[in-house]
Design a binder for this molecule. Structure first.
Ligand SMILES: O=C(O)CCC(=O)C(=O)O
Ligand SMILES: [Fe+2]
Length: 267
């Protein structure tokens, strides 16, 4: 059985993304967790201009290679996940490569009392290693002492440098309150961090919390059944509440180019 989730697709009717009313996107995203804007006149620069009006951030490519990716909220292995996640489709995949969405508020409601109690009692501990280019860009300094000082603002993170690599150990919860609506949502990088077969692109990243197998298979069951699968079209723009909706992707073959922005809401 496939229980589909619905996220709204707004038809931009060929209008320019530059003029598209921000309040429509914002209100749909707040209400339903994600919104897809299709059929707008928009190149990559128009997309970036739209993000800058609503929720700007650093433009990046998506995770490299053509492997699938398990469900995750973006950057949930750090204390600073973006609140809005944007994707823009430069080139739809030739074969497969759908991006999947799963509403963490619905997922939190579906969880068994046993799973919910486990996640209330047990935090998630993530470890991560950041290369110099990554930490220097995030902290806007190349000075390690300065980075350690900035990290003191986050009591939930322990950090150390080994050479130029920053190692972090971050403790948080699997179920957290959403930013818009303040509802409990299952949003984290648990499944992604545990899926070592699909994490070939990132070394030294993992979950140090043991999740009981029954809870893990419950989660895999719900996220498989309760999935929205986006069949990318040229110039699709997706705006995701990253405090509520997790994303994943199916493996693909052939060309596929999606760009992303980890955004900070201006609203
Ligand atoms: O390629 C995708 O559809 C999403 C990849 C991803 O999770 C990311 O880059 O944040
Ligand atoms: Fe991601």
């Amino acid at each position: 059985m496939q229980v589909l989730q619905d996220f709204p697709i707004i038809d931009g009717q060929g209008h320019s993304a530059g003029d598209f009313p921000a309040d429509i996107l914002i209100s749909k995203m707040k209400e339903l967790g994600a919104v897809i804007l299709r059929n707008v006149a928009c190149d990559k620069y128009g997309f970036i201009a739209l993000t800058e009006r609503i929720a700007p951030g650093v433009e990046r490519g998506v995770a490299p290679n053509s492997n699938g990716l398990e469900f995750h909220g973006e950057a949930y292995y750090t204390p600073w996940p973006p609140d809005v996640l944007w994707f823009y489709c430069v080139q739809p995949p030739e074969i497969d490569g759908q991006t999947l969405l799963c509403d963490g508020v619905k997922l939190a409601r579906l969880l068994s009392p046993n799973a919910r109690a486990f996640f209330r009692r047990n935090g998630l501990v993530y470890e991560m290693a950041f290369e110099q280019s990554e930490w220097a860009s995030y902290f806007k300094t190349e000075n390690r002492d300065e980075v350690m000082n900035q990290l003191e603002a986050f009591p939930s993170i322990r950090a150390r440098f080994a050479g130029d690599t920053l190692h972090t150990r971050y403790t948080t919860y699997a179920i957290r309150q959403t930013k818009w609506g303040n509802a409990p949502a299952f949003i984290n990088s648990l499944l992604h961090a545990l899926d070592s077969t699909q994490r070939t692109d990132i070394g030294d990243y993992g979950l140090r919390t043991e999740i009981p197998p029954a809870i893990l298979s419950e989660l895999q069951g719900w996220t498989t059944k309760f999935t929205y699968s986006l069949e990318w079209k040229h110039r699709d723009i997706v705006m995701i509440d990253n405090t509520r909706v997790m994303h994943a992707r199916r493996p693909f073959r052939g060309r596929r180019e999606i760009i992303a922005v980890n955004g900070k809401a201006r609203f």
